[in-house]
Structures are given as structure tokens and as C-alpha cells.
Design a protein around this ligand. Sequence first.
Ligand SMILES: NC(=O)c1ccc[n+]([C@@H]2O[C@H](COP(=O)([O-])OP(=O)(O)OC[C@H]3O[C@@H](n4cnc5c(N)ncnc54)[C@H](OP(=O)(O)O)[C@@H]3O)[C@@H](O)[C@H]2O)c1
Length: 181
Amino acid sequence: MPEKSKILIIGGTGYIGEFIVEASTKAGHPTFVLVRESTVSDPVKGKFVEGFKNSGATLVHGDLYDHESLVKAIKQVDVVILTVGNGQLNDQRKIIDAIKEAGNVKKFYPSEFGVDVDRQNAVEPAKSAFAGKSQLRRATEAAGIPYTCLSSNAFAGYFLPTLLQPGAILGDGNAKDCSCF
Ligand SMILES: NC(=O)c1ccc[n+]([C@@H]2O[C@H](COP(=O)([O-])OP(=O)(O)OC[C@H]3O[C@@H](n4cnc5c(N)ncnc54)[C@H](OP(=O)(O)O)[C@@H]3O)[C@@H](O)[C@H]2O)c1
């Protein structure tokens, strides 16, 4: 049986990352999760991190803005999945630099998980965010890194509670659970 790819997830404590860590460990991949030290000691997020350890994932301390930590983590794996949020999208190039230096990655999945950004006609503020993701695709190609983008369109469970206005607080702020969608 072929050996399972070793996978590093950067952003595992985020909205989408949590599901990817779970899927990776359940599929039997040696799974590494890069977490910031401050997150491990956070009372809420620390529980996620503990859950990762219990599911068999290996924690690696690091930060998107700490090049050495990225290279060290990336050298341990075959596949890098990035699930950083909108605040870090324009800094994803730091991962490209680290992957290039590490030189061992067989597949990179940038933080996409939305519309196909090369085929959309959005208005602002989405337009600029999509343009950033598109530029990252070009930079990844220019660096010669094998990559795949997962375009999953919008998640109803993410957008419905705020009626398509991410970050908005509606009513008393207690959105009903829309996980049934
Ligand atoms: N299609 C859709 O409907 C949909 C919905 C939501 C998101 N998305 C897309 O999915 C992707 C992920 O978004 P998200 O909402 O899941 O993100 P998120 O919840 O904001 O999570 C961000 C993750 O990045 C980590 N992070 C932040 N700064 C970091 C740093 N300096 N170094 C290392 N890690 C850092 C955070 O770690 P800490 O825990 O340490 O803060 C967290 O794990 C984005 O591309 C977004 O556009 C799509």
C-alpha cells in the first residue's frame, strides 16, 4: 500500500481549518498543525489544540511571520494546506518563500475555499480579496510550486447567520444555528 502523504495545516484553529485537520487525521494521514504559542495557551482555542493532539495530530509551534519556523515545519511534510483567514491572505507569499526554500513539497493548497477567483466578477470589498487570491496563484506558478485550489463557493452556514454580511451583528447577536443548511 502506498505511504500516506504527510500533511501540514497552517490555520488549523480557524473556521475551515478545524474541519481539514479532522478530515486529515481521520483519513490516516500523518497530520501536522502549525499553531502559534499564544494560541495554545488561549482558554478557548487551547481546547481545539488539545483536541488536535487527542486525534493524533502533531503540533508544531510557528507563525506565518516567522520564516524559520515555517521552513522547519514544511521540511517535515509532503503537502501544505493553508487555511489562514482574510486578514492574512496578502501575506500568503511568505508561505511560497518558505516552500521554495524547503524544496520538498509535492502539493500546496493555498487558502482559497471560495469562488474560483480567476472566473468571477465581484464588486468591492470582495473584488480586492479575490484579486489577492488570484495574484497568489500567479506567484505560486512563478515559483514552480505544484498547487491545487479548492473552490467550494460560499458556505451557507458561514454567511446565513449574518445574511451575507460577514462580521455583522444582527439583532441581539445570537444567531440561530444554521448548521442544518
Ligand atoms: N466559501 C466560504 O463561504 C468561506 C467562508 C469562510 C472562509 N472562507 C475562506 O477560507 C479561508 C480560511 O478562512 P477562515 O474564516 O476559516 O479563517 P479564520 O477562521 O480567520 O482562521 C484563521 C487561521 O489562521 C491562523 N493565523 C492567523 N494569523 C496567523 C499567523 N500569524 N501565523 C499562523 N497562523 C495564523 C489563525 O490562528 P490563531 O488561532 O492563532 O488565530 C487561524 O487558525 C480563507 O481563504 C477564506 O476566504 C470561505
